[in-house]
Design a protein around this ligand. Structure first.
Ligand code: PEP
Ligand code: MG
Length: 305
């Protein structure tokens, strides 16, 4: 038992019967990189752009991305392109004055207004990837339609970036997950924004915590639809919102068919431990019970009676 416990305290994530589940880190820069991590599932690139009146230069970006890639030879790094707007306002975009910033020009939508910002970023990611051995994946935030996903994937390929995906944060994209997946290589569910937009509940509003609870049946249904689309297409679907860091909810995600979980590094040990204590079949049963529940309370009780 001691050996088992030690095996579960480091190394790659897996269920008790050996079904692999990549446990990845959410980072904002190379400084957040934990030791011995399987990879990075969400590299938030906003940090580079904060407090600027001009976007960071190509060279500056190559350096910042290169630092992360160089630290992870042979490992996966999912770089998210700039997710500006709403809770991440950036002065150089001059978007102030939108009546509803959360419903405005944000995430990938910025690329339509200022195409050069995305173009420079993709060039810099490609240049940094070319001189490192990390397995670099790229994804776009706040995608709403299959057409947006296809356009983003085409832009990535033009820059020589082979693995292109999108975040699922908008209910419209979750509902059309099979079509969204047609032109991209993977999906990553951002449960923070997917909750916000599904429940029309501001993610910063503590008074709405009940609606923002990841155990809400509507959120679980949307995640299940994305996972099913991934299975059908034979393409990976990961989760990278805060919900992936809840050890019990992680079991449900795995049972739904989610293949990687990305979270703040400090949350990885508890999730690894939970996975190692349950078989894949148990996770599938948890997922079925959570999907059948009518309230967050009964969904939770399905995993922890
Ligand atoms: C999310 O929305 O769940 C997510 C992972 O992205 P962010 O929290 O950076 O918006
Ligand atoms: Mg988000």
């Amino acid at each position: 038992a001691l050996l088992d416990r030690r095996a579960a305290s480091s190394g790659p994530g897996a269920t008790a019967d050996g079904h692999p589940v990549a446990l990845l880190a959410n980072i904002g820069s190379a400084r957040d990189l934990p030791a011995d991590v399987e990879g990075v599932g969400l590299f938030r690139t906003e940090l580079l752009y904060l407090d600027r009146t001009e976007p960071p230069s190509f060279e500056e970006q190559v350096t910042a991305y290169g630092q992360v890639f160089a630290a992870l030879p042979g490992r996966k790094v999912v770089v998210r392109t700039l997710d500006a707007g709403a809770d991440k306002p950036l002065p150089f975009l001059r978007l102030a004055g939108e009546p509803n910033p959360a419903l405005g020009i944000r995430g990938l939508r910025v690329a339509r207004a200022m195409p050069s910002v995305l173009d420079t970023q993709l060039s810099a990611i490609a240049a940094a990837a070319a001189s490192a051995e990390a397995d670099v994946w790229v994804m776009a935030p706040m995608v709403a339609t299959a057409a947006e996903a296809a356009a983003f994937a085409a832009a990535c390929r033009e820059h020589g970036l082979r693995t292109a995906g999108v975040m699922i944060e908008v209910p419209a994209a979750a509902l059309r997950a099979p079509t969204v997946l047609r032109d991209v290589d993977f999906l990553s569910i951002g449960t923070n924004d997917l909750s916000q937009y599904t429940f029309a509940a501001d993610r910063m509003c503590g008074d709405l915590a009940e609606l923002l609870d990841p155990w809400q049946p509507a959120l679980i249904s949307l995640i299940a639809a994305c996972a099913a689309a991934g299975r059908e297409a034979g393409k990976p679907v990961g989760a990278c919102g805060e919900a992936a860091a809840d050890p019990d909810f992680a079991l449900v995600l795995v049972g739904l068919g989610i293949s990687s979980l990305s979270m703040a590094a400090r949350s990885i040990p508890a999730v690894r431990e939970a996975l190692s204590a349950h078989t894949y079949d148990e996770c599938v049963q948890f997922a079925k019970a959570a999907l059948a529940a009518d309230t967050p309370t009964t969904a939770r009780a399905a995993v922890r009676p």
